[in-house]
Write a protein that binds this ligand. Structure first.
Ligand code: B12
Length: 295
């Protein structure tokens, strides 16, 4: 039996040049080289022609560095913070275990503290990909094996959602001059977390974004899309029985730029177009529709 590689794994094998990173972060290549020389925030490796290549972890660190500097933190202080934040695989496992245990004990204050530290310390993308998604998948496996306590799953999902909300709330709203990205779950879909992660990442990047949440009535999605004239709509389905192909068709019929997102669409077939099934792929789609560079 062949197993399909997980999209996130493929994405994470990508490498970016200095120019691509500079464009994505809105800083100059000269500044990137200065941050490398002064603070060691450099590329992970060199390409065949000697070009500097940044991997996902380096990119994430530079994104944090840039965000901190934009918030007024001095570059030296920001670099110190960022360098002390790198998550090793061993640390990821440790953090994941701590979060798992706090969820199992339904220890909500500890859970909130751990999640706030994780998001602030490692950035939303790394926190999600390296720690939170694995913990949630573990919960799902337990549920499937009939072992899961529902209370733990609710505690975890609720606490992650609340922590993402706090994280997004720390970022100032971008000026409302650009067309927003609109994110909505299909009408029976109750797994909004991946979409909320995307919402948080876009907020952090200063991209106008509206998140309608879970279980959105089709009429609400259509009316909101027509009213907002979004640059892109992502319609989320996590499980096969929630994918709403007629809604997707209705939006397309009204010339709304829309993409199906999430594994639930895979069973619907080619009628819905290529499905976005990874955080990085979704960011690339947003980039293509908003003109905002994102490697
Ligand atoms: C938490 C949770 C819940 C919570 C949700 C609360 C909340 N606020 O989100 C609650 C308790 C409500 C719930 C309910 C149910 N759940 Co549930 N749930 C989960 C759990 C544990 C995590 C969900 C999640 O956020 N996953 C996100 C990440 C961790 O999943 P992932 O596989 O790594 O992500 C993939 C993609 O989403 C993508 N991706 C990751 N991030 C991003 C970001 C973007 C932007 C994009 C585009 C893609 C993307 O990459 C991955 C590879 O494909 C999953 C287990 C799991 N493996 O996901 C089960 C799971 C999804 N649930 C499942 C089921 C069956 C249900 C229920 C039917 C159970 C029930 N009888 O109550 C209901 C259905 C509700 C509904 N109508 O939608 C099954 C679905 C099986 C299937 N494929 O049909 C799962 C897989 C558990 C299992 N192993 O069986 N659930």
């Amino acid at each position: 039996m062949t197993t399909r590689p997980e999209p996130e794994v493929i994405d994470r094998a990508s490498w970016w040049t200095t120019g691509q990173v500079a464009t994505a972060l809105g800083v100059s290549p000269v500044l990137l080289r200065a941050w490398d020389g002064r603070y060691g925030l450099g590329p992970a490796r060199r390409g065949p022609g000697g070009q500097r290549l940044y991997g996902p972890r380096e990119l994430q660190r530079l994104r944090r560095m840039s965000a901190l500097v934009n918030q007024g933190v001095r570059a030296g202080t920001a670099a110190g913070l960022v360098l002390s934040e790198a998550v090793s695989p061993a640390q990821s496992r440790l953090l994941a275990d701590e979060i798992d245990q706090a969820a199992a004990a339904v220890d909500l204050p500890t859970l909130a503290g751990l999640l706030d530290d994780l998001l602030a310390g490692h950035g939303t993308i790394a926190a999600w990909v390296d720690v939170l998604a694995p913990v949630l998948r573990r919960q799902g496996e337990r549920w499937q094996a009939g072992e899961s306590a529902f209370a733990a799953e609710w505690a975890l999902a609720g606490a992650v959602s609340a922590a993402l909300e706090r994280q997004a709330g720390r970022v100032p709203l971008p000026p409302p001059r650009d067309r927003p990205v609109l994110l909505a779950c299909c009408a029976t879909e109750r797994h909004p977390l991946p979409l909320q992660v995307l919402f948080t990442v876009l907020r952090e990047a200063g991209i106008p974004v509206v998140f309608l949440g879970e279980m959105v009535a089709p009429g609400v999605v259509v009316r909101t899309a027509v009213r907002l004239d979004p640059a892109l709509v992502l319609l989320w389905s996590m499980t096969p029985y929630t994918a709403d192909a007629p809604l997707l068709a209705e939006l397309a019929r009204r010339d709304v730029p829309v993409r199906a997102a999430g594994p639930g669409w895979n069973s619907v077939g080619g009628r819905v177009g290529p499905v976005l099934d990874g955080l990085r792929g979704a960011l690339r789609a947003v980039s293509a529709h908003t003109g905002r560079a994102w490697p």
